[in-house]
Design a protein around this ligand. Sequence first.
Ligand code: GAL
Length: 478
Amino acid sequence: MIHFPDDFVWGTATASYQIEGGWLEGGKGLSIWDAFSHTPGKISDRSTGDVACDHFHRWKDDVALMAALGLKAYRFSISWPRIMPAGRGSLNPDGIRFYSDLIDELLMHGITPWVTLYHWDLPLALQLELDGWLNPRLAESFRDYATVCFAHYGDRVKHWITFNEPWVVSILGYGQGVFAPGRVSTAEPYQAAHTILRAHGMAVREYRERFQAVQRGMIGMTNNCDWREPRTHAPADTAAAERALEFFLGWFGDPLYRGDYPDTMRTRVGDRLPRFTAEEAAMIRGSQDFFGLNHYTTMLASDASSGEILSVQPFGNGGIAEDQEVQLTADPAWAATAMGWAIVPWGLRKLLRWIDRRYGHPAIFLTENGCAFPDVPGEDGVEDEQRIAFLDAYLSACHEAITSGVDLKGYFLWSLMDNFEWSSGYTRRFGIIYVDYATGRRLHKSSAHWYSRLVRDRGFVPLSRNPYRTADGDRSRP
Ligand code: GAL
C-alpha cells in the first residue's frame, strides 16, 4: 500500500467555461471564450460552451456526486463576466448568488472549496475596449474583481488561486492564437504575461492588506509546466532542457520567488521582455502562500542553436521556440493519451524536485493532473483501466517526490467530469465521471470508484502490472 500523509488534500478540478453552460443566463456577460468558440474554425468539433455540462443548472447534483464519492476538496473557477458582466463597474447579483450557493452547498457536504479567479474567460468587454491582457490597466480591473470575490466569499473560501496557467493564456492565446483571444505574435505573449503577473501581485496585496488577517485564507497562482528531459548527455542538450524549463515555469516562478524574469530570458528576448519597476518587483516577490502546479506530460529537449527548429504536433514547439533555441521531441517508446501527450510519470517527480530546489522548498499543490482517453460507456458504466493505470503511475511518482523531501501537500485530479476541452471541444474526455452531452446524464467511470477508495484510504495498492510505470529514462539528472 502506498500511503499519503493524513493531511494530504485530495480533490478534483473543473473550470467555469468548461462545465457551466448558461452562457446567456442569470445576467451573465459574454467572455472571450464565448466569442472565440462561436468563431467558425476555432473549435475542432464546431462546438461551444453554451450548454457544456449544464452545471449552471445541475450544480446541486454535481456536488451530491462528489459527496457520494467522498471527495474532500473541489477546485472550480468563477466566471468573471458572470459576476461583473462588463468586466468592471456594476455587479450581477444573480451571479454573485450562484457561486455563494455553490460554496454553501460544498461546505454543507464537508467539501473544501478551492477557488480559481481566472480560468481564461475574460469579460469580452475588456478585450474589445482595452485589448485584454495587453493593456497594463487590466491589472487594476482584475484586482477590483478579485476584491469583490474576497469580500463576498472570503468568509467561507480559504484557498484562492488568482490565475490558472498564465503560460497557456500568453502562449496559446497571444502567441500561437489557438486559444482566445486568438492573437499571433512573438512579442505579445511577454506583454500579456507581464500584466498577469502585475495583476496577481495587486490582487494578493489587496488580499493580504484587507482580508487575510481576518479571513485566514491562503492565496497563490497556478502555473503549468511539462518536464523537459535532455535528449542526450551532451552538455548543450542539458543546457537546452534547463533553458526550456526557465522559459516555461521560470517565466512565472522566478518573478514570484525572486522578483524578476530568468536571466536567460532577459538576454534572449531583449526589449520584447517588459521590465518590472522596483516597486512592482517587491510586490510580486513572495506573493504566493503555496506553489500551484498543473502537470500533464514530458518532452525531450535538445539544443537548436544551429539549425532550423521543427514544429512538433500537437505542441507547436513549447512556446516561443526561436527565443529558446530548443527543439522538442518525444521518445517514440513512450505511450500517449488521447491528447497525444506522452505518459512519463518520472517526469513529474523530476519537475517537483526542480521546483523544490529552485524556489526554496515551497509547499506545492498539484492543482491539475489527469488524462484523456476514448472512454466508451458500456452496460455498467464506463471501464477506464487506462486512466486508473495513469493515476497509479503518476501518484506513485508524487509519493516518491514526497519521500525524497518535496513538500507536496495536495492533488486535484483533472477532471471531476468530462467537459469542453477548449479548442478540442467535446472530443476529449478527461473526467472520472462520464457526461452524455445529449442528455446531460452523468455516469461513473471505474476510475471514479478507484479514486474514491484512494481518498477514503489515503493511499492505494499499486497495480501489479502497469505499463505506464516505466523506469526512469535516466538521462542526465535526478
Ligand atoms: C489545462 C487546463 C484545463 C484543462 C487541462 C486539460 O491546461 O487548465 O482547463 O483543459 O489542461 O487539457
